[in-house]
Design a protein around this ligand. Structure first.
Ligand code: ATP
Ligand code: MG
Length: 419
């Protein structure tokens, strides 16, 4: 029989990789908590309609990448490709805005996109993100960008670029679309087949295409900034002023658009350099989606947020970045009744908050010390027959092999330093 393996593009995250994951997740949780964001957890499966309406029908995600299926009862469902649509659905469904006019959520969880797998590109990957719902003012934009930048800094990632742009209001979209269609009309043959189609359905997407000819052709395209309403331009200027005031570094990227349809006004990306991902890989993406709550059936409610892919951020972390792993203490029982003594002692020490490995079976001191080594234990506590008679154990430093006999009643105090 063939051995069973992970589905193409999906990957196991093995225990040895977890310290980095925990470091990243704990850094994120701790940071967003300071800004007053609360966690929300929504199902991985949602009605397909949520993403079609939320993300937009003519986006790569919905057109090509979604895991959509019919269940046995004929319901049209999808594995979520991102977190925002679900968070907003939940906000509306539970009338959270009624109780909490300004709502601040964060989420962490697996997302699913059927893309061509590559380094840092998977079919199941993890995203975390934050949503600030109910604030129209650019102070919200500035806070969310500041929070994202502080997060990346807290991870120890250096040399990042923060790029911002404004996609304007609903009035901007049709004007800018027309300008793009006109601009690309003369160069249709230079565009990839996808972009020739996108020009009909969703011309903004052409600016987001990564095919080289399309990137080159788009180089002289008009900028959305020239089509902003006075109000949207004012919002953008005020955001820049606030970022300057905070000392948040940024660049205006007048050609930047983002892959989801729901963005309005401010969009931003944080890009970083990495050996594996190449220079200027996008590591955080976000922006404003002031119409999303309404489009998904709620009241008009301005919203801004960001998301990042955890795997991709982890590729950028240095070797030093991980949560400190608690040291392991090994308890070895030898001689008559040794196993029982060891198990009883291990239980007491674990209850007292120590991280303890203990043998599951009888064994010689030599074999147990070998095991202690394999666990990476820094101390072995040896519960031998003779010491036990004196109410003592042997304390062995696994690094240098030095040993001393110590009283059981002194263990708590000695272990305190290793918790
Ligand atoms: P890309 O241009 O790389 O496809 P995107 O614009 O589709 O990215 P978003 O939808 O903005 O990405 O998602 C935010 C972040 O989620 C990305 O910056 C990236 O870190 C991560 N991400 C997106 N798709 C994947 C994937 N297939 N595998 C791993 N991480 C991903
Ligand atoms: Mg993508």
């Amino acid at each position: 029989m063939n051995s069973l393996r992970t589905v193409k593009g999906m990957h196991d995250i093995l225990p040895k990789e977890m310290p980095k994951w925990h470091f990243l997740e704990e850094t994120f949780r701790e940071l967003v908590d300071r800004f007053g964001y609360q966690e929300i957890r929504t199902p991985a499966v949602e009605p397909l309609e949520l993403f079609v309406r939320g993300i937009g029908e003519v986006t790569d995600i919905v057109e090509k990448e979604m895991y959509a299926f019919e269940d046995k009862g004929g319901a049209r469902l999808a594995l979520r490709p991102e977190g925002t649509a679900s968070a907003i659905r939940s906000y509306i469904q539970h009338n959270i805005g009624g109780q909490q006019p300004i709502s601040k959520f964060y989420y962490v969880g697996p997302m699913f996109r059927r893309e061509r797998p590559a380094k840092g590109r998977y079919r199941q990957f993890y995203q975390a993100g934050a949503e600030l719902i109910g604030v129209e003012e650019p102070t919200a934009d500035a806070e969310i960008i500041d929070m994202a930048v502080q997060f990346v800094e807290a991870l120890g990632i250096e040399n990042v670029r923060v790029q911002i742009n404004s996609l304007g209001d609903q009035e901007t979209r049709p004007l800018f679309r027309d300008a793009l269609v006109e601009y690309f009309a003369g160069d249709l043959d230079k565009l990839c087949p996808d972009c020739r189609r996108r020009l009909q359905t969703n011309p903004l997407r052409v600016l987001d295409c990564k095919v080289r000819d399309c990137v080159e052709t788009a180089a002289g395209a008009p900028s959305v900034l020239d089509y902003l309403t006075g109000e949207a331009a004012g919002h953008f200027n005020e955001l820049k002023r606030l970022l300057d005031e905070n000392g948040t570094p940024y660049q205006v990227a007048p050609k930047m658009v983002r892959g989801l349809d729901y963005y309005t006004r401010t969009i931003f990306e944080i890009q970083g350099e990495s050996d594996t991902l190449g220079s200027q890989a996008t590591i955080v993406g976000g922006g404003r989606y002031d119409n999303l709550v309404k489009d998904l059936g709620g009241k008009q409610t301005p919203t801004i947020g960001f998301a990042f892919g955890i795997e991709r951020l982890l590729l950028m972390l240095g070797p030093g970045a991980s949560v400190a792993v608690r040291p392991t203490i090994y308890v070895a029982g030898i001689g008559d009744g040794g196993l029982d003594r060891a198990i009883t002692l291990a239980r007491t020490l674990r209850k007292a908050g120590n991280k303890i490995e203990v043998s599951y079976r009888e064994g010689s001191l030599r074999s147990q010390l070998k095991r202690a080594d394999r666990y990476g234990a820094i101390i072995a506590i040896i519960a031998g027959e003779d010491e036990a008679a004196r109410g003592n154990v042997t304390w062995r430093n696994m690094k240098d092999g030095s040993q001393e006999e110590v009283s059981l009643s002194d263990l708590d105090e000695r272990l305190e330093a290793h918790k």
